[in-house]
Each structure stands twice: as structure tokens, then as C-alpha cells.
Design a binder for this molecule. Structure first.
Ligand SMILES: *Cc1c(COP(=O)(O)O)cnc(C)c1O
Length: 361
């Protein structure tokens, strides 16, 4: 068996220990005589998985008591619609900070539901940064401000969040959730497709203030109603059992690593290795993100030519560094270095970058 260093953006690398555990208990999960793929979502064995997963995530986030955690299906993309359907009510305006193609998609879904405005956009500059907190000015009668915490395709990330003065702040944290501590209490609702940083495809983690999701319109499609999902504890219908089970294992693995404080330290170290290479040879490795907005999850850059970019991804692959090709919409190179990417993987990539630079500068 040979496993590569997997720099894919999502679905993405999972901790090897987690995969080994899954493999070991696949045929007989928790003495049920069945695999996790075959058990009822209403069985005590799964209830325990769900309960522990929520508890471990709450613990990792130091989540205040008045927040609830639940899982939904439909990917991050369904959340783009759920948010306005739940919260963009008559007479209100939704505010969006447009920092990448996923933010723009979220905005477009909101426009279908009601009045939505962009209060910031870095689109004209190729989405090179996120706003500084003071740059975001909200409209009158604002339903909520929606931000994308980490822009997976463009490689930018918020490290300081806008001040909303009581207007609910909603974030898509699909690609950075549980990578570092952050002030959860600033947010009314957070959603995160789990397949980037904490699990396989199939589930979305939602963290919401209970009073914020209470009192939703009964006419909402039930599968999009946050209040129902929270009240029914992710079990209104069959949830993505397997994905939740893996998230639970990843949460336990994160606790074992020392929690989010420890993850932040190693994630910053990993990112610094790669950004250090960009800063050493800025004419060859051209970073896409402004320095202040550099993501510690997705490192994006261009080489002098498309041919060199293709060669870089190809040679990397041959060395066991997979998934370096940038998103099809923007090209270039992207190294996704989520929680499960070991420091060693970034050291190998930095070494390769230096050699590639020396050979092709
Ligand atoms: C991947 C991603 C999405 C879309 O997720 P799907 O599960 O493919 O719908 C949305 N937002 C961000 C920030 C992402 O990284």
C-alpha cells in the first residue's frame, strides 16, 4: 500500500488513524453484528454516535449553551438557499460580502428569495482579499450579513470578523471549520459542508443560536427549515449516517491532537512553510491572495506560464504530492492543507517547490 500526500480541496484527506479505525470496525460496529452502513439511524448505537459527535464538537469549539448543533444533507450549496428562505423576510435586506465564487453563488440564491445586496466585493481584483472589519457597512433593516469564512477556490480567509452591531452574522465555514479557535458567539448561524476539513462528502454541520432559528415560517419546505432540523435533532428523516460517524471520529482525533488551539499552531506552521516559498521567489511563485488575507487552509499561486503550472502539478504527482492543480475556474496551483495534512506533507511540498524553482527559474 502506498498513500500519497493528498492536497485535494474536497473531498479531501482524512486522518490515517481515522481511516484505520473505520476499517477495523467496518464489519461489526459496536457489537451490533452489522456495519455502520447497515444500521438504523434510530438505533441506540447510532444515537450514541450522534450524541458524542455533537458533544465533542461543542467541546472543541467551547460552544456556549444557547447554541445547537445539527446535521443536514444537500451540501454547502443547499445552505445557500436555506439561509435566505429561513431569514430573508419581507421588507428586509440581506447583506453579502462577496469574496469568492462560493459567496457569489450564495448571493445569487438569496436574490431569488428577496432583496439582497453586496456590501463588499473583491471580484474585480480577482478575489484577492476579504474585507477589513470596518469596510463592511450594512444597509437599513438588514436581515443578516453573510460571509464566507474561508474562500476555498481563491485561498483567502477571515482572521477578523465584521462588527454587525446586532445584525445576525451568518458564515459559510465549509473549508475552515475546526481548523482553529474562533469567537463562535459573534455568529448566529454557521454552516459547513464537512467534506473539506472534517469528513467525507454527504453531510453539512450547522451550528446555530437556538433563539435565532426559533419561530421559522411553517410554510418553509420542511427539509430546509432550520428550526425543524434542530428540534428533531438531525433525525427528522434519515440523516447521512456514515458521514456523521466519520465526523465523530475526526472530532475525537482533533481532541487527541490537543484541540483547536493545537491545530491552529500546526496549521499555521504548515501554511508558513508554503507562503515562505512564495515570498522567497515572488516572480516565479505568484501568490493569489493579499498577505493579510492569506488562507491557512488553501494556498493558491500561479507560475510564470500555464505550461509550467501543468508540469508542476504533474511532477508533484509523480513524487506523491497529489491534487495540486487549481480549481478549474481559476487555474494555477492550489495546495489544500486541511487538518489531516501532516506537517511532513508541507515540508515535502516546500522541498519540491524549491527544487522546481531551481530547475525552471
Ligand atoms: C465546497 C464549498 C461549498 C460547496 O459545497 P458543496 O458541498 O459542494 O455544495 C460551499 N462553500 C465553500 C466555502 C466551499 O468550500
Amino acid at each position: 500500500m502506498s498513500r500519497i500526500f493528498n492536497f485535494n480541496a474536497g473531498p479531501a484527506a482524512l486522518p490515517l488513524e481515522v481511516l484505520e479505525e473505520v476499517q477495523a470496525e467496518l464489519l461489526d460496529f459496536a457489537d451490533t453484528g452489522m456495519s455502520i452502513l447497515e444500521i438504523s439511524h434510530r438505533s441506540p448505537a447510532f444515537e450514541k454516535v450522534l450524541e458524542e459527535t455533537k458533544q465533542d464538537i461543542a467541546e472543541l469549539l467551547h460552544l456556549p449553551e444557547d447554541y445547537g448543533i445539527f446535521f443536514m444533507a444537500g451540501g454547502g450549496s443547499l445552505q445557500f438557499s436555506c439561509v435566505p428562505y429561513n431569514f430573508l423576510t419581507e421588507g428586509k435586506t440581506a447583506a453579502y460580502a462577496d469574496t469568492g465564487s462560493f459567496s457569489d453563488k450564495a448571493f445569487q440564491e438569496a436574490e431569488k428569495v428577496g432583496r439582497a445586496v453586496k456590501v463588499f466585493s473583491s471580484k474585480a481584483e480577482g478575489y484577492d482579499r476579504v474585507p477589513r472589519p470596518e469596510e463592511v457597512v450594512l444597509p437599513e433593516n438588514c436581515a443578516y450579513l453573510h460571509i464566507t469564512g474561508n474562500n476555498t477556490i481563491e485561498g483567502t480567509e477571515y482572521f477578523a470578523y465584521p462588527e454587525t452591531n446586532g445584525v445576525p452574522l451568518i458564515a459559510d465555514m465549509s473549508s475552515e471549520i475546526l481548523s482553529r479557535p474562533f469567537p463562535v458567539e459573534k455568529f448566529s448561524l454557521i454552516y459547513s459542508g464537512v467534506q473539506k476539513n472534517i469528513g467525507p462528502a454527504g453531510a453539512v454541520l450547522v451550528i446555530a443560536r437556538r433563539d435565532f432559528v426559533a419561530g421559522r415560517d411553517k410554510k418553509l419546505p420542511v427539509m430546509m427549515n432550520y428550526e425543524t432540523m434542530l428540534e428533531k435533532d438531525s433525525l427528522y428523516n434519515t440523516p447521512p449516517v456514515f458521514a456523521i460517524y466519520i465526523v465523530g471520529k475526526v472530532a475525537k482525533w482533533l481532541k487527541k491532537q490537543g484541540g483547536l488551539e493545537a491545530m491552529e499552531a500546526v496549521n499555521r506552521k504548515k501554511a508558513a512553510l508554503l507562503y515562505g516559498m512564495l515570498d522567497r521567489s515572488p516572480a516565479f511563485y505568484k501568490g493569489r491572495a493579499d498577505k493579510d488575507s492569506r488562507s491557512i487552509m488553501n494556498v493558491t499561486f500561479n507560475l510564470p506560464t500555464k505550461e509550467l503550472e501543468a508540469q508542476f502539478a504533474e511532477e508533484g504527482k509523480r513524487r506523491g504530492l497529489g491534487g495540486l492543480k487549481g480549481h478549474r475556474s481559476v487555474g494555477g496551483i492550489r495546495a489544500s492543507i486541511y487538518n489531516a495534512m501532516p506537517l511532513e506533507g508541507c515540508e515535502e511540498l516546500a522541498k519540491f517547490m524549491e527544487e522546481f524553482y531551481q530547475a525552471n527559474k
